[in-house]
Design a protein around this ligand. Structure first.
Ligand code: ASC
Length: 128
């Protein structure tokens, strides 16, 4: 367990950083900024699916104060926040599965759904 709110904040931010790196590289491929490489894409999708379960644990009570972009609303509307986090995890799992299969239309759809669940939560619960 975390020593204090600072540790919890660092933990969840580390998770989000790894998610952003892996998701960003998939985004570069989706946007044609770099060539699509099926094996790398599938590896990144698998990483994001696993990493999607990491940040959640860091949103402990009292960690709305400090060096964080999380809004107090996370803890005020915790049930909705938890549901949105779960949707992200589900979408990321689907993306990992379809990336393994290799159908481009399915990959594109699953990638967009996952991105929407990132943005859907950021719009409400993250400082801009
Ligand atoms: C990213 C990133 C996000 C999401 C979001 C998707 O690459 O860092 O926060 O995608 O922009 O809409």
């Amino acid at each position: 367990n975390f020593e204090d709110a600072k540790d919890a904040i660092q933990y969840r931010q580390s998770g989000f950083s790894l998610i952003a790196y892996n998701f960003g590289d998939m985004g570069a491929m989706m946007k044609g900024k770099k060539p699509f490489d099926a094996e790398t894409f599938a590896m990144r999708a698998k990483n994001v699916a696993a990493l999607s379960h990491i940040p959640f644990e860091g949103f402990i009570d009292g960690s709305d104060k400090g060096d964080t972009e999380a809004l107090a609303k996370v803890w005020q509307d915790k049930a909705d926040f938890d549901a949105k986090m779960k949707t992200f995890q589900e979408n990321a799992a689907i993306l990992a599965t379809v990336a393994q299969k290799g159908d481009q239309a399915e990959i594109k759809q699953a990638f967009m759904d996952t991105g929407k669940s990132c943005k859907g939560c950021h719009d409400v619960y993250k400082k801009d």
